[in-house]
Structures are given as structure tokens and as C-alpha cells.
Design a protein around this ligand. Structure first.
Ligand code: KG4
Ligand code: ZN
Length: 344
């Protein structure tokens, strides 16, 4: 049996979890900072860091307590090493290093984006057959990945500009919706007509599996504030039209994702599909994928694992336990960006 403690602090959630053998979640504590940042309409990095400093020890204590274990029982300490906000990463990373040093247990740095995808895999490890298609739809990343095994990925599509979650957040902001933008758009879209506005997602010449959401975002801006407007210009639409904008934007963005997922399935012999990242919390994309009748198993993370959490970090670390990096692990530096799709 291997018990792994995971720490997550890449953005605005402080998390700690204890996971047994890569999939059995004994505890998963998340201290969200949503209320703190809401008033500013987005994450304020300096405030996020201060909150991580305040929360990291209580969250670790609570995760140990909830799991019904002691620190002595932990075999490995893992932490999200990036990508994320530099100050936020440093707090989780240094807490993990200190813990690893204090209890004399090995320490592993984990790629946060890869962990988002692992959130959908962790309950199905006994039945997965590879190769699989990984679909990362998150705040900072949009990827289609060829997965030949846990830890073995090749990017086959990515965004050339905004990530899908970033597009949701920016459109929400120009619509005057509260942060975080994704859930606010999903909720407003429920009472809107998804075909009211003929928005279009971007296509990239010669690279059919790549994404572009920046043009879509600009069309939304011009529709709701007028041609050539800036994001600070006033809205020129009423509340009913706002609902249609949210619904049409969401429908356009998700239709594009589903279309490219279907194309990737035509081009490769995938056995299953895994979705991951904050946007995979959205019911509209889950329904759209279901209606597509893909013909192979499709896995989504449980709702509580779609948002940032440390269970996905501790779970994934299990697969790297026999592959610890050479040299002094305490030298590991945070990685605010991890070039293309790079795994530990
Ligand atoms: O995966 P994540 O933690 O981001 C990164 O790790 O980069 O997810 C955060 C993103 C935000 O952009 C947020 O607006 C979006 O996920 N999100 C959603 C929903 N819930 C969260 N987007 C659309 N619909 C939702 N229900
Ligand atoms: Zn995340």
C-alpha cells in the first residue's frame, strides 16, 4: 500500500489530499478563494499568495485528520510544480519540501494540467484500454492529447491563442457577469437561445485539430458593445439579449470542441476519451458529447475533481513513484509555464 499526500496551490485554491494507491481518496480538502477575488472580477496574485500562506498549514492538518492517518503513515509527498502563478506555486512547493524534509519521505513535483486529466482516469484504472484521447479544457490550457499510457502523452491539438476557460472568463467579464466566468455563463446560457447569434470559432489552416477562441471573443465584444468597441465600452444590449449571447457563445465554443474531438477520433484508433479541467464541469458540454454518440467510452472527472484539488495531484504521483528525479529533489523549482505538453 502506498499513501501519498498531495498539495495544490497553483492559482486560487489551497488544497491538500491523501490518496491510497493512486485512486482511493482518503481526504481531499480545498480552501477556495473565490469570495476573496470576486470583488476584483478575477484572481489578484498578491492576495492569492497571502491567502495560500494563511491556509496551507490548516489545510494540510485537516487533510491528515480527515484521512484518519498520521504524518508517519505517509510514504510520499507530492505537489503541483506548475503551471501556475509564481508566488502561489512557491508556497505549495516550499510547504511540500519542508514536509518531505521533516518526515524524511520522498518528494515528487507533478504537472497540474496532466493531473486535471488524471482526475477522469483515477476511478477507472483497472478497465482503461489505451490509446485514449485526452481532452484538456481548462482556464489556461486547451489540448487534444494522444495518451498511450498514464504519463505518456503527445499533443495532437492545442489553442493558438486563448484557452477555452480563459475565453469563458473574458466573455463573462465583458457581459458584466461575476467571477468565475465559466459557471456564470453556463447559468445564464440556460435561459438563452444557443442559435440566436451566428458566432464562429476559429479554424487554423492546415492544422484542423488546433483551436482559436480569440476571434470568437472579439465577435462577442462587438455584438454586445458595438463594432470597434473596447472592453471598457458600455453594453448596447438588454438582459434578454445577454442570455442569448451567453448561450450562443457557449454553444459555438463547445460545438468547435466536439467537432475537433470527433475529427481526432476519425484520425486515430482511440479506445476511450478522457475529459479534464475546470470547463469539464459544464453540463452543456457533457450533454453535447453524449448526444454525439461517440461509440467508445467517455470519462469525465467527478464534479468535485473538475476544479483545482490536490487529490488529482496525489493520485497521479503514484504513477511516478518509481521514477523519482535524479539529484536533490529539494532543488525542484516552480514552473510557471511548462512548454507544450511536458510531463515530469
Ligand atoms: O482547469 P482550471 O483549474 O484552469 C487551469 O488549471 O488552468 O479551470 C478553471 C477554469 C476557469 O476558466 C473557469 O471559468 C472554468 O474553468 N470553469 C467553467 C465552469 N466551471 C469552471 N467553464 C465553463 N463552465 C463551467 N461550469
Ligand atoms: Zn487547474
Amino acid at each position: 500500500m502506498t499513501l501519498i499526500l498531495g498539495i495544490e496551490s497553483t492559482c486560487d485554491e489551497t488544497g491538500c489530499a491523501v490518496v491510497k494507491n493512486g485512486s482511493e481518496i482518503l481526504s481531499n480538502v480545498v480552501a477556495s478563494q473565490v469570495e476573496l477575488h470576486k470583488v476584483y472580477g478575477g484572481v489578484v496574485p498578491e492576495l492569492a499568495c497571502r491567502q495560500h500562506v494563511d491556509m496551507i498549514i490548516p489545510v494540510i492538518d485537516q487533510a491528515i485528520k480527515d484521512a484518519g492517518v498520521t504524518l508517519d503513515d505517509i510514504d510520499i509527498i507530492s505537489v503541483a510544480k506548475g503551471p501556475g502563478l509564481i508566488g502561489a506555486l512557491l508556497i505549495g512547493l516550499n510547504a511540500a519540501k519542508a514536509l518531505s524534509f521533516a518526515i524524511n519521505k520522498p518528494f515528487i513535483g507533478i504537472n497540474h494540467v496532466e493531473a486535471h486529466l488524471y482526475a477522469a482516469m483515477m476511478g477507472h484504472l483497472d478497465t482503461i484500454t489505451f490509446p485514449s484521447l485526452g481532452v484538456v479544457i481548462s482556464g489556461g490550457h486547451t489540448f487534444l492529447l494522444h495518451i498511450s499510457d498514464v504519463g505518456k502523452y503527445q499533443a495532437i491539438g492545442t489553442t493558438v491563442d486563448d484557452a477555452i476557460g480563459e475565453a469563458f472568463d473574458k466573455v463573462a467579464k465583458i457581459l458584466g457577469l461575476p467571477y468565475p466566468g465559466g459557471p456564470a455563463i453556463e447559468s445564464l446560457a440556460k435561459s438563452g437561445d444557443p442559435h440566436h447569434y451566428p458566432f464562429k470559432s476559429g479554424t487554423i489552416k492546415g492544422r484542423p485539430l488546433n483551436f482559436s477562441f480569440s476571434g470568437l471573443k472579439t465577435s462577442v465584444l462587438y455584438t454586445i458593445k458595438g463594432q470597434g468597441a473596447s472592453k471598457h465600452s458600455p453594453l448596447i444590449i438588454n438582459d434578454d439579449e445577454k442570455r442569448h449571447v451567453a448561450a450562443s457563445f457557449q454553444n459555438t465554443a463547445f460545438t468547435d470542441i466536439v467537432k475537433k474531438v470527433s475529427l481526432a477520433l476519425e484520425q486515430h484508433d482511440f479506445q476511450s476519451v478522457f475529459f479534464g479541467g475546470g470547463v469539464s464541469n459544464n453540463s452543456a458540454i457533457r450533454d453535447m458529447v453524449e448526444q454525439e454518440n461517440i461509440g467508445i467510452p467517455v470519462f469525465w472527472p467527478p464534479r468535485e475533481l473538475t476544479q483545482d484539488n490536490a487529490a488529482m495531484i496525489a493520485g497521479l504521483a503514484y504513477h511516478y513513484r518509481s521514477n523519482l528525479p535524479e539529484g536533490d529533489p529539494l532543488d525542484l523549482e516552480p514552473m510557471t509555464r511548462i512548454p507544450s505538453f511536458h510531463c515530469p
